[in-house]
Write a protein that binds this ligand. Structure first.
Ligand SMILES: Cc1cc2nc3c(=O)[nH]c(=O)nc-3n(C[C@H](O)[C@H](O)[C@H](O)COP(=O)(O)O)c2cc1C
Length: 188
């Protein structure tokens, strides 16, 4: 089996859901963001990254997302929305929201997903904890959604597609479970 640093990081990365309060260093943030900007993209970089490191704003997003989840048909999401103890950002001190230009001629979800994976892998390579977070995006469906967009200065015509919570890991991640069999077909 070939082993490289990159392959090791890919296998080592796990979603982290428990963070220290301490903010990450600016140079770590910049390295993670740069990795995101270098992701493959079909929309000619028609994405936008919003970095949130203001605890009050993070709390507002968490509460608004939970408010929406509490009204949803999915039992699992409803339970999380109604769980007072649940914080959809797991106490991470940094959140990066990746938005895509809705006017782009191709769907930008894939571009934003590619950027997101780069953010996660870069974070892991720096020893940071990270988690891809869909839940917090529910905040934009809340009655205060457009106010939040304004507060976060999300450019007009851009839709938040993904987000990444970032911070220092409170505990080491456990090893990833074995991969399922029969997920690959070879035609040779
Ligand atoms: C599109 C997408 C949305 C996700 N949203 C959430 C989320 O809202 N909250 C969360 O805790 N994890 C979220 N995750 C993380 C997954 O739960 C996690 O990647 C999966 O369980 C595999 O675990 P691993 O990342 O440790 O390998 C999301 C992952 C993806 C790809």
């Amino acid at each position: 089996m070939i082993v490289t640093e990159t392959l090791k990081i890919i296998k080592q990365r796990r979603s982290i859901r428990s963070f220290k309060d301490e903010q990450i260093k600016e140079e770590e943030l910049q390295a993670v963001l740069e990795a995101g900007l270098y992701a493959p993209n079909a929309g000619d970089q028609a994405w936008h990254f919003t970095v949130i490191q203001n605890q009050e704003v993070l709390d507002r997003l968490n509460l608004a997302a939970k408010e929406v989840a509490a009204q949803m048909d999915f039992e699992h999401l409803r339970a999380l929305g109604n769980n007072e103890k649940f914080n959809c950002l797991y106490g991470a001190p940094t959140l990066i929201i990746v938005s895509g230009n809705e006017q782009a001629p191709i769907p930008l979800e894939a571009d934003c997903a590619a950027a997101t994976q780069n953010l996660l892998l870069a974070a892991e390579s720096l020893g940071l904890g990270s988690c891809w977070i869909f839940f917090v995006l529910l905040a934009f469906n809340a009655p205060q959604g457009s106010e939040l967009r304004k507060l976060l200065k999300i450019p007009g015509g851009y839709k938040p597609y993904t987000s990444v919570a970032l911070g220092y890991k409170k505990a080491a991640a456990v090893q990833a479970p074995d991969r399922k069999p029969n997920l690959i077909t070879y035609i040779r």
